[in-house]
Design a protein around this ligand. Structure first.
Ligand code: NAI
Length: 730
């Protein structure tokens, strides 16, 4: 074993005034222990996360230049000092500047990619063994650096998530990740994780071969030193990477990917090519392939839009709200939920799972029992998915207290009403709350479309009333619309936003206006789909064109999922609020009369096998076909015409929302639609899509539909003729 003095005297360190074997940079520190092991610690100054930005690379390069060529060292360990992050990836702000900026920024992007590739090559080429000690998020560039090490040891902690999410931003791993991962774990597994941009927890990463061992966080260092002793890794060729097999693997992956993406996400297809090629070309050539691919992909609208969405999400998670407040938001963990149905039970479970104490109240023991069953089911699913251990789930379940009798809610900081969607019921509940709730309790309603000021007017405290619109299913949908009336106290809005963030959801603030943001924009599109069906445009054709457009589900299928009764109620609310613009198609009214309410009754636009474990969709419902009118729609021979007719309605309604100030910004509207409906993320949202297409072109097309159909729903928003741009206004 070399002695420390020997080593430190040989290795010329840039010591920053350190004591000879401990060296501090701003973001990456390193020390050498008595055994000659170099410990590199990523600890980005002033941040809870580590990322690769220019400074971090400069420091890493500096460290590498000091330890390169010193075969007498015993090895290198790389760890993070952060609680929940190993390394979260690249500096996306810089990346975004390169992607959005002028051509010269393409040079900057090229420089960024080649710099990362070179640094990780230097790390990989060190003569001594290297081990990554992975605790916390190890994503993108973080994993690419770990892949340049010989060995990887991960913690069993929930915070440890290992993956390559680049395709979700419209690019691909280009710091050697697309080259190294297939060699390490086989092309099939590498594509399985990197094409959809997924991440894996420690145990899954171990099963895939991405890491060599998983241990408790405290044991990472001991385990890593054990791996160091094995020396450098010798590469082995996986059978699945043999030429004949990899061709098949790549072609299956391509077919499956196209089935899902319908060609809208070029990064995923390109990644398959680059990863496949990495097994037959030199390491250097493969890195060039990565670089070429990123430069091409960065020029696509998909990449720009996906990066934009990333920053919109970051804003929704962190940015201050645009209201003047007079105090800091309250930390809320004492919650009551009124109504234990689909939404109430879902909200109660979600809040309890994040540590809130929740009283849940319904009218009868039966309703309460059904609600608590839902709560339990959700916890059971979370245990199955390794989100909680059984013990943790049981403890968290204790956070939910079911009640059916009158109970004081004075200790609650927030009450979320999720009873049936009837104004009289909601007003009665809010009248009661004036007595039962505390003096500062926030009074929230989960209404889908009822005017919140109407609910608020029955209480003496309208300033504490707010809408908090969760989406169904609560455990999957991240968006919550936070809706304020003219009377809502800005401090209450800030409290509600902070609460939504504290439970890991994404708030978008909206004004109390019919349908708020998401239902308002979705409804004309859904109504049009029903209208076209009633005029003999085939259900499968309607749904398919919108799947091709990039929606996660066709509009008729979505209507069945939402429930035709629920959709009808929202449509009526909107048509009352905007007479002449929205008219509900008769086919939906007729199906509701027949009791064909969609998936929940086994029949809507389609028939469903309710016992089926899979999708369960059978053919088109004959009852729906017989409810169609006699007049067929003409002039929609081309699928693209049909697609525009449906999709532009969302963009137009989004523009009307923007004009009316329903949301504070165009970005909020786009984010709400992507998060609340799955609106094609690669298009960036209905407003971004309109911008990309061109405002006057959109206006002309809508005008054409307005003229040919004579229906007000197509009347172009005034905004389209008044401005050239939505996002770059002077
Ligand atoms: P649901 O019908 O499944 O549940 C409503 C529950 O409220 C029932 O258990 C009922 O017994 C209870 N209830 C009725 N009056 C009550 C009262 N005075 N006190 C206590 N409990 C009472 O309804 P769901 O679907 O959960 O909807 C609840 C609210 O959430 C509605 O306002 C709805 O518009 C809204 N919403 C529904 C969504 C959905 O997809 N189901 C999505 C977003 C919002």
């Amino acid at each position: 074993m070399p002695n420390l003095k020997e080593i430190t005297s040989k290795v010329q360190f840039h010591s920053n005034g350190a004591d000879g074997h401990h060296f501090d940079h701003k973001h990456v520190h390193y020390e050498i222990d008595a055994d000659g092991i170099v410990m590199l610690t990523f600890d980005r100054q002033g941040s809870s996360a580590n990322i690769f930005d220019e400074d971090t690379f400069a420091e890493l390069e500096d460290i590498l230049s000091h330890i390169e060529g010193h075969a007498e060292l015993s090895g290198v360990l790389i760890r993070s000092a952060k609680d929940k992050v190993f390394i979260a990836g690249a500096d996306l702000k810089h990346m975004s500047k390169c992607v959005h900026g002028p051509a010269t920024d393409r040079e900057a992007l090229k420089e960024l990619i080649t710099r990362g590739q070179a640094a990780f090559n230097r790390l990989a080429n060190l003569a001594v063994p290297k081990v990554a000690l992975i605790h916390g998020a190890c994503l993108g560039g973080g994993l690419e650096m770990a892949l340049a090490c010989d060995w990887r040891v991960a913690s069993l902690d929930k915070a440890t998530k290992i993956g390559l999410p680049e395709t979700q931003l419209g690019i691909l791993p280009a710091w050697g990740g697309s080259t190294r991962l297939p060699k390490l774990i086989g092309l099939d597994s590498a594509l399985g994780i990197a094409v959809p941009g997924k991440s894996a927890v420690g145990k899954k990463a171990l099963a895939l071969g991405m890491v060599d061992e998983v241990v408790h966080r405290e044991q990472l260092e001991i385990a890593a030193k054990h791996w160091l002793k094995r020396g450098r890794r010798t590469t082995s060729t996986r059978a699945v990477n043999l030429p004949a097999v990899r061709d098949v693997v790549a072609s299956i992956a391509r077919k499956n990917t196209l089935k899902k993406t319908r060609g809208n996400y070029p990064a995923q297809e390109r990644l398959i090519e680059v990863m496949k090629a990495s097994l037959s070309v030199s390491h250097e050539q493969s890195l060039r392939n990565e670089l070429d691919a990123v430069l091409d992909l960065a020029a696509t609208n998909a990449c720009r839009n996906l990066l934009n969405l990333f920053f919109l999400q970051e804003g929704a998670k962190k940015a201050p709200i645009e209201f003047e407040v007079t105090r800091d938001p309250v930390n809320i963990d004492q919650v009551a939920v009124i109504g234990a149905g689909v939404m109430g039970a879902g909200i109660a479970q979600w809040c309890a799972a994040r540590g809130s104490h929740v009283i849940i109240k319904d009218l009868s023991l039966d309703a309460m029992a059904a609600g608590m069953n839902t709560v339990r089911k959700r916890f059971d699913e979370a245990v199955k998915r390794h989100i909680f251990t059984r013990g943790e789930a049981e403890n968290l379940m204790e956070n939910v207290t079911p009640v059916v009798d009158e109970v004081s809610l004075k200790s609650r900081q927030i009450v979320i009403e999720a009873a049936v969607e009837k104004m009289a019921v909601k007003q009665a509940i809010f009248k009661d709350l004036a007595e039962t709730a505390g003096e500062s309790t926030i009074l929230a309603t989960n209404t889908s479309a009822l005017p919140i000021h109407e609910i608020a007017k029955v209480t003496p405290h309208p300033e504490r009333v707010i809408g908090m619109h969760f989406f169904n299913p609560v455990h999957r949908m991240t968006l919550v619309e936070v809706i304020h009336t003219e009377s809502t106290d800005p401090n209450v809005i800030a409290d509600a936003v902070a609460f939504v963030r504290s439970i890991g959801k994404m708030p978008v603030v909206a004004k109390d206006s019919p349908g708020f943001i998401v239902n308002r924009i979705l409804m004309p599109y859904l109504i049009e789909a029903g209208y076209l069906f009633s005029r003999h445009i085939g259900a499968h054709r309607i749904d398919k064109v919108m799947l091709d457009f990039g929606m996660p589900m066709g509009p008729l299928r979505l209507l069945d999922e939402v429930g035709l009764d629920v959709a009808l109620h929202v449509a009526r609310t909107l048509s009352e609020a905007m007479p002449g613009r929205f008219t509900t198609p008769e086919v939906i009214e007729r199906l509701v009369e027949l009791g064909d309410l969609g998936c929940k009754t086994g029949r809507g636009f389609y028939c469903y096998d309710k016992d089926s474990k899979k999708d369960g969709m059978l053919g088109v419902n004959p009852g729906a076909l017989s409810a169609c009118g006699n007049e067929p729609e003409t002039g929609l021979e081309s699928d693209s015409e049909l697609r525009w007719r449906l999709s532009l309605l969302m963009s137009n309604e989004a523009l009307l929302c923007l004009e009316e100030g329903v949301a504070a910004s165009a970005g909020d509207i786009d984010l709400a639609m992507v998060m609340g409906t799955g609106y094609a993320p690669f298009l960036g949202g209905p407003l971004r899509h309109c911008e990309t297409r061109g405002l006057s072109k959109t206006a002309d097309q809508l005008h054409g539909f307005w003229e040919s159909t004579g229906r007000e729903i197509f009347k172009p928003a005034g905004y389209l003729r008044l401005h050239d741009s939505i996002f770059h206004r002077d």
